[in-house]
Each structure stands twice: as C-alpha cells, then as structure tokens.
Design a protein around this ligand. Structure first.
Ligand code: FES
Length: 181
C-alpha cells in the first residue's frame, strides 16, 4: 500500500512574513547607524574657514594716500571637529582708497603661499620666493610672473562710520581662479 503521508509544506505566508521582518529589521538597524556615521564624519566634508567678517582696525589708522599697512586677522577658526575662537588666521594689507573706502589684499602669494612684502620705495608688493611682483592694487606687474593671478582681494565693510571689517578667506594656490579653501 502506497504511503499517503505528505511531508508538511512550509507555510508560504509565514516564510514571507519572516523574510520581510528580517529585511525591515535590517533597515531599521542600518539607517540610524548610517545617520550616525554621517554626523560623525560631516566635519571632514566642511572646509576650514573663518566665520563672517572680522573687525580689523579703524579708518583713523589709515590716512588717505598712505602706503598699504599690514594687519593681522584674528578670528574664529572652524576646522573639522574644532572651533577655536580668537586665533591668528592670516593677515591683510589695507589701503585707504577713498574717504570711506578701503582695499584689503590677502598677504599670501597666490603662487605657492609665501608671504608677500610691500616695497615702499617702488610702491609694489613683492614675493621673495620666486620674484612675483604686484602693483599697489594687487595686479600682476610682470607678464612672466610665476603667480597665476593677482593678489587676492577681500570684501571690506565700513561699520559705524570708522570700523573696518574684512571677510577674510584663503584661496587655492597655483591656479588662475580664486577658489576658496
Ligand atoms: S610663492 Fe610667491 S612667487 Fe612663488
């Protein structure tokens, strides 16, 4: 006599429910972990930067037609996971170009990052590393200049009549375009 015993078939619906619960459980576990990793590593995607405009000095310290004057920039440095207030982040040459107008030039040479000096006798900016020279307004003087662009001019605001505020930035070196870093 043939055996009529049929092995029990797996319950199809319960199999699908189990599979779905495993998939959903996996998603529930992985999504918060990914979100946590994004938050943890987010500062690495941010660039080092100072925040906003920085008070640099008073208009009274810059008589009209006086030579460019160097000022240190003290600001908040935001860098990966750190936010450090009141640290030197660079320097600028300020020039009074009108009763209420000031030009600010970053003192870093756009070629390779050396410090540019001002030569009063010639009224030019000069970089001693590879001899780039710039006019008083920051333009390249020598067509064979190693610097691929003019000195980096920065936005200036005059607040409360006499306060000079500069939006300080550094830019990528060795390229013709001003690319903030
Ligand atoms: S770093 Fe200034 S000319 Fe090269």
């Amino acid at each position: 006599m043939a055996c009529s015993h049929v092995p029990p078939q797996p319950d199809r619906r319960s199999f699908i429910a189990k599979a779905a619960s495993i998939v959903i459980g996996g998603i529930v576990a992985v999504v918060p972990a990914l979100a946590g990793l994004l938050v943890l590593f987010d500062p690495l995607r941010r660039k080092s930067e100072t925040t906003g405009a920085v008070f640099v000095g008073s208009l009274n310290a810059l008589p009209e037609n006086s030579p460019p004057r160097k000022f240190e920039i003290v600001a908040t440095r935001v860098d990966a996971w750190n936010r450090t207030p009141n640290v030197p982040v660079g320097s600028v040459y300020l020039q009074r170009t009108g009763p209420n107008e000031v030009r600010a030039l970053n003192t870093v040479c756009p070629h390779a990052g050396c410090a540019v000096g001002y030569r009063g006798g010639q009224d030019i900016f000069f970089c001693p590393c590879h001899n780039s020279s710039f006019s008083r307004d920051g333009k390249i003087l020598d067509p064979k200049s190693p610097s691929p662009r003019a000195l980096d001019e920065l936005p200036v605001e005059i607040r409360h009549g006499t306060e000079i505020w500069v939006k300080f930035r550094n830019f990528r070196k060795g390229v013709p375009d001003k690319i903030p870093v």
